[in-house]
Design a protein around this ligand. Structure first.
Ligand code: NAP
Ligand code: G4F
Length: 327
C-alpha cells in the first residue's frame, strides 16, 4: 500500500529534504503552503532538489483551522509532519503575537484537525532545542527542564506540551522531535551559518568586503538537515509515540564555525569580520549541546555529516549560486 504524508512547511529547509526522503521511500507527498504572490520563489527549495513536480501543494495556513480540517479530510494522510512555523528567533521579538499564533497555537490547530478528521494518523511536531534556553544542565536530554529565552522558544514550549497532552488525552500517535540546530545549502539566509557561507562566497568573488555578525561567542550543536529529517521519519515508524532529542553531541562557537568557512576558500576571517552590537539579541541562548543517546538506542539514529563537511558544502553551493547570479 502506498503511504500518504502531509508536510506543513514543505517550502522550508526541512520540508524540502523531508519531501525528498519520503518520495524516495515511495510515499505520496502533499505539502501545505501559504498562498503567496511569489509562488515561484516559494518553491525554490523543491526546485533545487528537482522534486517540485513530484509533490502536491495544498493551499493552507497554520492559523486557519477550517482549511486544515478540509485538508485532512481531502488528503487523508497516514503521517502528518508539522514543520511550519515562524522559525527565526530574532524576528520573534519583533512579531511576538504572530509567532505565538503560528508557532504555538498553530500546533493545536493541526492537532485538532487531525483528531477530528483522521485520529488514526501519526503526527510529528518540530520541537526545538531553543526550549532549553538558559540551560539547566550542561548537556540537554529529554528530561532536562526548559527555560525559553525568546517569544519563539516560549511558543515552541507550548507546541511541545500540547503535543504531549494530545497524546496523553486522546491516545494520538503524536511524537515530538527536540531538534538541535541543523543547516544545509537550503538554509534561510537570515540564519547565522548561511549568512556566513553566503558572505564568504561573495567576499571570495569580490562582490563584498565584510561580514557583520552579533554574538560570535554563542555556541551551538550543529548538524545537517538531511540527517535530521531521517530522525523525524524514524519517530513515526515506532509502535509507540515518544519524544526524542536529535543532536550531534558536539558544540562549537559561531566564531569557529565562521573560521571553517573562511579557511575553506583560503581567506583570513579577521580581515573581514565586523562585530555589530545591533545584531545582539535581547536575551541570548549562550550554549546548547544535546545528548542524542535515546535516539541512537531506540531509533538507531546517528548524525553522519560533520560540521566541517556541512559548512564546506554550504560555501561551495553559495559560490555556485554567485557564479550564475546576475551582479
Ligand atoms: P524554515 O525553513 O523557516 O521553514 C518554515 C516553514 O513554515 C516554511 O515553509 C514557511 O512557509 C512555513 N510557514 C511559516 N508560517 C506559516 C503559516 N502561518 N502557515 C503555514 N506555513 C507557514 O524552517 P526549518 O529550518 O525548515 O524548520 C522546520 C521546523 O523545525 C520549524 O518549525 C522550526 O521552528 C523547527 N526547528 C528548526 C530547527 C533548525 O535548526 N532548522 C531546529 C529545531 C526546530 P514560507 O515558505 O511561506 O515562509
Ligand atoms: O542561526 P541562528 O539565527 O539560530 P538560532 O537562534 O539558534 O535558532 C535556530 O535554531 C533553533 C534550534 O536551536 C531553531 F529552533 C530555530 O528555528 C532556528 O532554526 O543563530 C545562532 C546563534 C545565536 O546565538 C545568534 O545570536 O548565532 C548568533 N549570531 C551571531 N551573529 C547570529 C548573528 N545569528 C544570526 N541569525 N545572525 C547574525 O548576524
Amino acid at each position: 500500500m502506498t503511504r500518504t504524508a502531509l508536510i506543513t512547511g514543505i517550502t522550508g529547509q526541512d520540508g524540502a529534504y523531508l519531501a525528498q526522503l519520503l518520495l524516495s521511500k515511495g510515499y505520496r507527498v502533499h505539502g501545505l503552503a501559504r498562498r503567496s504572490s511569489t509562488a515561484d520563489v516559494n518553491t525554490m527549495r523543491l526546485k533545487w532538489l528537482g522534486i517540485e513536480n513530484d509533490v502536491r501543494i495544498v493551499d493552507g495556513n497554520l492559523t486557519d483551522l477550517s482549511g486544515l480540517s478540509r485538508t485532512m479530510r481531502d488528503v487523508r494522510p497516514d503521517e502528518v509532519y508539522n514543520l511550519a512555523a515562524q522559525s527565526f528567533v530574532r524576528s520573534s521579538w519583533q512579531q511576538p503575537i504572530l509567532t505565538g499564533n503560528v508557532t504555538g497555537i498553530g500546533v493545536t490547530n493541526v492537532l485538532e484537525a487531525l483528531r477530528l478528521e483522521i485520529p488514526e494518523a501519526r503526527f510529528y511536531q518540530a520541537s526545538s532545542s531553543e526550549m532549553y534556553g538558559l540551560i539547566q544542565e550542561p548537556v540537554q536530554s529529554e528530561t532536562t527542564p526548559f527555560h525559553p529565552r525568546s517569544p519563539y522558544a516560549v511558543a515552541k514550549v507550548y507546541g511541545h506540551w500540547i503535543t504531549v497532552n494530545y497524546r496523553e488525552s486522546f491516545g494520538l500517535h503524536a511524537s515530538s522531535g527536540i531538534l538541535f540546530n541543523h543547516e544545509s545549502p537550503l538554509r534561510g539566509i537570515e540564519f547565522v551559518t548561511r549568512k556566513v557561507t553566503d558572505a564568504v562566497a561573495r567576499i571570495k568573488k569580490g562582490l563584498a568586503r565584510e561580514l557583520r555578525l552579533g554574538n560570535i561567542d554563542a555556541k551551538r550543536d550543529w548538524g545537517h538537515s538531511r540527517d535530521y529529517v531521517r530522525a523525524m521519519w524514524l519517530m513515526l515508524q515506532q509502535d509507540q509515540p515518544d519524544d526524542y532529542v536529535v543532536a550531534t553531541g558536539r558544540t562549537t562557537t559561531v566564531r569557529d564555525m565562521c573560521r571553517i568557512a573562511f579557511e575553506h576558500v583560503g581567506l583570513e576571517m579577521d580581515d573581514h569580520l565586523v562585530i555589530d552590537p545591533d545584531l545582539f539579541r535581547p536575551a541570548e541562548v549562550e550554549i546548547l549541546r544535546g545528548n542524542p543517546a535515546k535516539a541512537k538506542a531506540k531509533l538507531g539514529w546517528e548524525a553522519t555529516i560533520s560540521l566541517e563537511e556541512m559548512i564546506r558544502e554550504m560555501v561551495d553551493a553559495d559560490l555556485a549560486r554567485h557564479s550564475t547570479a546576475r551582479r
